[in-house]
Write a protein that binds this ligand. Sequence first.
Ligand code: AMP
Ligand code: MG
Length: 213
Amino acid sequence: MKIIDLTERSDEPTRDLLRPVALAIKNGDLAILPTMTYYGLCADALNPDAVGRVFKAKGRDPSKPLIVLVDSFEMLKPLVEGVPPIARELEWRLGAKGLTYVLKASRRLPSELTAGGDTVAVRLERNEVVQEILALVGQPLTAPSANREGEEPPRNVDEAIRQLRDWIEIAVRWYSSSATAPTTLVDLTCEVPTVLREGTVAAADIAKVVDAA
Ligand code: AMP
Ligand code: MG
């Protein structure tokens, strides 16, 4: 297992330091990466074998679908049946604080990822390390929190490695996260957007954007 330490001074551009991570992910391996909330257990979201190992590593029930991270609406488009205008509005107003959307899944998504359901949870991820890796890989990543089921989501890389070292190929050491909540999960598959889990964004702030739209 390899650790890429981005907290150390280096003259190399971050993108070059992260190339081995992109390579591991393209190869179907698992990686621990910082996200805008907690550290995530990441893999190529479109590789069913890699997604299967994410479930095993976490000890996660295969009936619980995983989240998908993208860097743009462009990367999102082929993953879903359509992007409702309210998604762009919410992203523009509140995305930087942390919003995850439930949308109708494209039938091309691995059923492992969606747990056989017809929806998918997606986030336009704002963490700069993940953004670099998404640009290098050119594919969406799955990224549930990097903990075994039932444990606390990790705010630093060591805590994540402690739980998952046997499963991962590579990890990125970034600063400790100050997150106290996960992102807010909004279901956009119904007529009226519905908050499924209130996290970093208040449900009232979502209601304001929805009412004004
Ligand atoms: P997190 O990875 O903690 O930021 O949050 C993602 C959350 O979305 C988890 O609680 C998942 O169980 C949940 N989730 C993933 N896929 C779906 C889906 N298709 N519908 C509803 N919730 C989902
Ligand atoms: Mg979790």
